[in-house]
Design a protein around this ligand. Sequence first.
Ligand SMILES: [Zn+2]
Length: 181
Amino acid sequence: MIIQDKEFGEVLVRKNPLSQGLRFSVSTSGRLQMSVPKYTSTFLAKRFLNQNRDRIRENLPVKDPSSQRARDAKKKLLAKKAKEYLPYRLEYYAKLYGYSYDKVRLSHAGTRWGSCSSSRTISLNIGLMQVPEILRDYVILHELAHLNHMDHSPEFWTEVGSHDPRYKEHRKKLKMFTPGV
Ligand SMILES: [Zn+2]
């Protein structure tokens, strides 16, 4: 359930069947999350929140409600841009170099730029829309090469290098960015 709080904005309340305790954390969007015992009512959850207000304020980097909303809007825009661009760019390179994949999926996890599964599904992070095109292309070529090599073996890197001769530099530069929105 979600509690609307004047100070913290939307607070996500998760009922944890295994825990008797109360736990507070912050999501990647800067929203406060509460984990409460299974049979906690909304009334009780609000009371827990009020009782812990000072502690949360001092210890957790909760973003104010307007920056939470700003981040949502930014993410939505990025997802839209990504949808209009990444699948086509992937298809372009796949055709150019003769790869065939099964599906493309757009992700927004905070840790990975892309992945390629054994079922030949390629995932690309919407955060790629925020990095220079040359680095974006490197990630696409990297994932396509995984269709032939599901590891980071020397053969894999040779294949990446055959499409992106400056891949080492691109790989290094990409580390200056993080995928999270
Ligand atoms: Zn890889």
